[in-house]
Design a protein around this ligand. Structure first.
Ligand code: CAA
Length: 240
């Protein structure tokens, strides 16, 4: 099968590792990004695969972005909703903008991208959707009401979509990364980060490649009987 995978936030961090893993699996990868042109250029130079720049918080942009990807690469068989942002702060100080921007970037994007690919996958009777949530969507986290709401929302969304899609050969699963060594954790207060690492039984931050490995498995044809699952990749920090 000609496999075409979309990875949102696919040029940096965990997303870049996922894109590279799917390329190694023989897929054509469309790495979607919005802001960082430098990272996109370096991704293209390193992998020889294409990047597509559009705003995943905007449904119309996702519809036309997916249409453009399909025109260039062929029908989409795999969607990885990986892109996400944080705007950490306690609720009693949180602005409506911090709330809205996180919900839009993390959760609306998941709806928008799934909505853009789902009819094609249903018509063709095949699809693999992997939505990245977070350990903090499972357990909650001080200072992250916005992020935790978005990441918990992704889990409920995925379970519903998994039920709707199972009879059409489409699986929908969730991966919950723990604290991974990326730009998102690098901007944390070093003392807070050090206290988090103490709570991880494996004794260190995770690596992007350790998340990419499970995404690659869920994206494969082999994973046809796994759907609606929520898989933790957190070094044992939270066992649900
Ligand atoms: N539990 C209980 N109390 C806590 C606490 C915790 N985890 N963290 C801080 N507090 C307390 C502080 O001790 C302090 O109490 P006092 O006023 O009595 O001293 C009070 O809460 C206020 O704390 P701060 O001074 O730290 O408040 P702040 O407004 O300056 O900072 C914050 C708040 C920015 C949210 C900061 O606590 C923080 O950065 N927390 C980490 C959040 C986090 O884990 N983010 C993950 C980012 S990575 C990611 O999200 C990827 C992923 O998927 C895992």
């Amino acid at each position: 099968m000609n496999q075409v995978a979309i990875v949102t936030g696919g040029t940096r961090g965990i997303g870049r590792a996922i894109s590279k893993a799917l390329i190694a699996d023989g897929m054509k990868v469309a790495a979607v990004y919005h802001g960082n042109d430098e990272a996109a250029k370096s991704f293209r130079e390193e992998t020889g695969h294409e990047t597509f720049k559009f705003d995943i918080t905007d449904l119309d942009a996702c519809m036309s972005g997916v249409a453009e990807i399909e025109k260039k690469l062929g029908p989409v068989t795999v969607l990885v909703n990986n892109a996400g942002i944080t705007r950490d702060g306690v609720l009693h100080k949180m602005t409506a903008d911090s709330w809205r921007s996180v919900i839009e970037a993390n959760l609306y994007s998941c709806f928008n991208m799934c909505r853009a690919v789902i009819n094609g996958m249903r018509e063709r009777g095949y699809g693999r959707i992997i939505n990245n949530s977070s350990i903090n969507g499972q357990k909650g986290q001080f200072g992250q009401t916005n992020y935790c709401a978005s990441k918990s929302g992704i889990i409920g969304f995925s379970r519903a979509l998994a039920q709707e899609s199972a009879a059409k050969g489409i699986t929908v699963n969730v991966v919950c990364p723990g604290y991974i060594d990326t730009e998102m954790t690098a901007v944390m207060d070093p003392q807070i980060l050090a206290s988090v690492v103490k709570q991880i039984p494996v004794g260190r931050l995770g690596k992007p490649e350790e998340v990419a490995g499970i995404v690659s498995m869920l994206a494969s044809e082999k994973a046809s009987f796994i759907t609606g699952a929520t898989i933790a990749v957190n070094g044992g920090q939270h066992m649900a």
